[in-house]
Design a protein around this ligand. Structure first.
Ligand SMILES: [Zn+2]
Length: 405
């Protein structure tokens, strides 16, 4: 495992500039390609699981966060309000209040529940510049977030499906080192709501972990101010721990925002709000993927999936044609031309790319390419069309293996 800050810059995934500021990295093309795939993954899996996507503003009036409780419990992590005329607006510290308002924007029937509202959106943290670094300690976060508004009897099943989604996502991304934590309040901490509300929420989370036979530890004092959580934890190269995914059961914000749905009895009822993030903040996720894979990513989100290496200038037209065909099929293909050095040195420079296609005079004459997998495995020559079809199939299946025979 290597420090993502060094490897991430070397692989041109992200960088920073003092004029933009500490904790505000920008994403270079290789990082943007990865991030796009991971975001697509979140959108697709959520759509298939019955989520509806929304977009909401990253700013809101200060009053919104006073109602949500963030202003009194989380103000240290928030940016100071900006005065605009007679109003104060704040960069949002989380997406929850916006989604509560979207739920409340019209009357809701029990038939609509569970209502799953998802958004991949920005949130902001006023971290001090001394603690910032790379993609892990940042001031601006793109979060894969969702809030499920459920009748009390539906909450357990929703927590269970969110947990299953997280486990599948980690398997698809090749994350095998995460561990699960049930994050509980500390006896002395500042929390909102009644003890009975907390017991009920903890019982739901515990039951979901046990139903899926998911081993977990418990962490006292790690709960959110409004409720307990399941946190999926990872450690970075220096063994510093962070949460990648989370599920939280919240009876508090529905009260604060006076959220109701009309039940089968025609009367208003209070929904439960489940906060969940499957892949977490994109910054932290990509930092972790860089470190666990040492830059050798599974083909589906590798920044470059195939490098084409013409042996001499004479094979450059074939190499460029292969690059173009690959791009038309939605693959990320790059040509490494002979002017960059010997074949051996170009192969070394592309050592983290899953697939290398070498085209020499013999291959060009036979309309074939010679294929090397990352790690050096040499496969029998095949046609460009066969190669691209095979890679597309592996990418579509999100296999973490490079080749299926
Ligand atoms: Zn939330």
């Amino acid at each position: 495992m290597q420090d993502h800050r060094r490897l991430g810059r070397e692989l041109e995934i992200f960088d920073t500039d003092p004029l933009i500021g500490a904790g505000l990295p920008y994403w270079l093309p290789a990082g943007a390609a990865m991030r796009h795939e991971l975001e697509e993954y979140a959108y697709n899996t959520e759509r298939m699981a019955g989520y509806q996507h929304v977009h909401s503003p990253v700013l809101a009036k200060r009053e919104l966060y006073e109602i949500s409780g963030h202003w009194s419990h989380y103000r240290d992590g928030m940016y100071p309000p900006m005065q605009v005329g007679a109003e104060q607006v704040v960069l949002r510290p989380s997406l929850c209040p916006h989604h509560a308002l979207i739920f409340r924007s019209r009357s809701r029937s029990y038939r609509e529940l569970p209502l799953r509202i998802a958004e991949l959106g920005g949130m902001y943290r006023a971290e001090l510049s001394g603690v910032l670094g790379g993609l892990t300690r940042v001031r601006s976060i793109q979060l894969n977030d969702a809030h499920i508004f459920a009748a009390p009897g539906q909450a357990a099943a929703e927590v269970g499906s969110a947990l299953a989604m997280i486990r599948q996502a980690h398997a698809d991304m090749g994350i095998t080192d995460a561990w699960y934590r049930l994050s509980l309040p500390s006896p002395s901490g500042k929390y909102v709501g009644s003890p009975q509300m907390w017991d009920q929420a903890v019982a739901l989370l515990r039951a979901a972990l046990e139903d899926l036979s998911q081993p977990y530890e418990t962490g006292e004092g790690e709960a959110a101010f409004y409720g307990p959580k399941i946190d999926v934890q990872v450690a970075d190269y220096s063994e510093r721990e962070a949460s990648l995914s989370t599920i939280q059961v919240d009876f508090y914000q529905p009260d604060r925002f006076d959220l109701t749905y009309i039940g089968p009895d025609g009367a208003p009822h209070r929904p439960v709000m489940i906060h969940r993030s499957v892949i977490g903040g994109l910054e932290r996720l990509v930092a972790h993927l860089i470190e666990v894979h040492d830059g050798a990513f599974p083909p589906w989100y590798a920044p470059t999936q195939l490098t084409v290496l013409p042996v001499g200038e004479g094979q450059l037209p074939e190499a460029l044609a292969l690059e173009r065909r690959g791009a038309e099929m939605g693959l990320r293909v790059a040509v490494s031309p002979p002017e960059r050095g010997t074949l051996a040195s170009r192969i070394r420079a592309s050592r983290l790319v899953p697939y290398l296609a070498v085209i020499g005079a013999r291959e060009a004459a036979a309309s074939q390419v010679s294929l090397r997998l990352r790690g050096g495995t040499q496969l029998p020559s095949l046609s460009a069309a066969e190669l691209l079809a095979k890679i597309s199939e592996i990418v579509a299946s999100r296999s973490v293996e490079l080749w299926q025979h």
